[in-house]
Write a protein that binds this ligand. Structure first.
Ligand code: HEC
Ligand code: HEC
Length: 128
């Protein structure tokens, strides 16, 4: 797994790298997603990135929390593995319970900006 130093350097390069590969795909070089079990392999990289930004927002995390930014196909980070299981759970929830409403359940439905969805309503805030 990458060191602090590597992560900082990679962070600076990540956006440029993603945009470069995305440009490749748009030019029709036949780039395919390499290591996906839920996403469509032939998903355009720009769309994959847009979809992934939803993960960042839904969980309040960054790309680097799940990815080695030099190799997005790498499965070395625990959080990515959990996220893949969550993708399967969300897909199955929609297919089984909301077949007529695609994307009824999303990561945001439960997570709402946090890694750990709340288990109970918050304590009422005392007035005065
Ligand atoms: C919460 C974890 C999580 C976050 C945050 C996240 N990703 Fe992902 N990403 C995944 C998982 C899981 C997969 C594999 C999905 C599958 O198996 O279908 C994936 C796959 C990808 C792939 C496809 C790699 C391949 O196999 O070719 C790309 C590209 C990617 N992510 C980019 C990003 C970018 C850019 C960001 C930030 C904007 C980001 N991801 C944020 C979990 C995450
Ligand atoms: C039905 C509710 C629900 C949905 C939908 C859902 N999650 Fe989760 N997720 C949870 C719960 C509950 C936990 C466990 C939190 C805990 O440990 O208390 C969790 C945990 C996680 C974790 C581990 C967080 C950590 O800090 O270890 C990741 C990563 C994650 N979810 C990603 C996703 C992604 C990505 C999606 C959308 C594809 C998603 N989840 C959709 C309920 C959900």
């Amino acid at each position: 797994m990458s060191s602090q130093r590597n992560r900082m350097a990679a962070g600076a390069l990540a956006v440029a790298a993603v945009l470069l590969v995305a440009a490749d795909k748009d030019l029709g070089t036949g780039y395919e997603l390499e290591n996906v079990e839920v996403m469509d392999k032939s998903m355009r990289l720009v769309d994959a990135r847009r979809y992934m930004i939803e993960f960042n927002d839904a969980l309040g995390v960054q790309c680097r929390d799940c990815h080695d930014l030099r190799d997005f196909a790498d499965d070395g980070k625990e959080l990515k593995l959990v996220a893949r299981e969550m993708m399967k759970m969300t897909r199955d929830l929609n297919a089984e319970w909301f077949p007529d409403r695609p994307e009824a359940v999303t990561c945001w439905t439960c997570h709402q900006g946090t890694r750990t969805p709340p288990h109970a309503a918050p304590e009422p805030v005392p007035t005065k």
